[in-house]
Ligand binder design. Sequence first.
Ligand SMILES: [Zn+2]
Length: 497
Amino acid sequence: MELLKEKHYEFIISESYKSEDKFSFWWSEYLRVSGCFWGLSALYLLDIGKDSEYITKEKVVEFVKSCYDKKAGGFGGFQGHDAHILYSTSALQLLALFDALDSIEEYKPDILSWLSSLQRSDGSIRGSVTDGDVDNRFSMCMMICLSILGQLSIDKPSNLDEKGSDHCHDTSSVPSKSFLYTTSPIIDCSKAAEFIMSCYNETDGGFGARPGAESHGGQMYCCIGSLCALRRLGQYFNPYLDHSSKLKGSSHVSCSSCSHRLTKTYLWFSERQLPCGGLNGRPEKKEDVCYSWWLISGYSILRKMESIWTLESDTESTQEDDKEKDDKEKEKEEPTPEQQQLDDGGYIDYLSLQRFILSCQDIESGGIADRPEDMPDLILRKMESIWTLESDTESTQEDDKEKDDKEKEKEEPTPEQQQLDDGGYIDYLSLQRFILSCQDIESGGIADRPEDMPDLYHLFFGVAGLALIGDPRVKRISPIYALPQEIVDRLMLVSEL
Ligand SMILES: [Zn+2]
């Protein structure tokens, strides 16, 4: 299905500059900064409107600065409004998008001291100094603000037991990367992570807004994204890391509980996909295009981290068990000219990674397995996702078999669709189809579901969802910072990924 880029451009411009006569323009005043971020980010991801007379760096900077609440030290949603962390996040994201962070250099000390005042003693984050609400959305906003302002850095935690004397394993066997946590002079990162984890529901594998609250799709991004920015996702979800008890003061996390969590959480994610391909935020709720962002961001972070942990653990055990064998192999296997052309891996040895990947090839049947000698599993993985989908769609298929057959004939995947990332437990192809079906073909824009009224919020999160699943017509987006990956790379933001 076509991605209506030009229509979306027209929609964004009409919503932003020519809509003073619309009621929606005035009722949405309180979140104008966020509206600007959604619209302009969507344009960036869609790679259109660069030469538009309506969009200039000067106009954006002028508007964002006009929303600064000097008294408090943060940004409001509009001129004269009180500072709130939701709008401060959008304001900083907008400035990052336009490479204009230096324009608020004079405000920075006050912004930082305001942000610092928002953390409670239990580690949770308030939306504003007068806000009594507890919600992990504000934790995620804090991570984004601190990252953009350069206030998160990678450091060894002060509570790391260097000797490892009272623990079950030797510290030297722990990959050093696992203990390079994030610290900040502005907030207590350990407490922030502990609070987020206290909102995890062991029963169903999801996260709630506060301890004991129902698991919710929006919280999956906020909690998993925050833990990843804090570089503490591995402490709670890495099934191969049986070393978390080495951290004094942190709750003991064993391999089995991490493994249990990971499985439960994946299950919670996969249960969110409905027969139409769209995702809902909670059980028994309708599909909504914005969960293509709220869920797939957290889901893709976890899957990427899992592949990193698996690789780390495989390398570790091979090194311990087969050290002698490895040494001999290394002698034999002098790098070829092709191998010498590999990029510099920095903290990761790309040469041995390449060797490992190639050793997982099945020389008889072809394909690549999780580790050498195992079954290559691309087909199995694909079948698994199809079975999941089939069980969800069983009733629909029975009722509407004819209709489905006709639709399948019509909707053969295009070359663009076939390039999508492998969704694993979630069927990315049908999710892509759902997002595109929420486009308004007349006015442009994307709605929460087909036939509904489009708005900037769902347009941005729909496009961001396409970016996450790898639609080649859209630029890549960071699943942590909700910024184009190019911007995140330029700012060199830290995270566990
Ligand atoms: Zn929505």
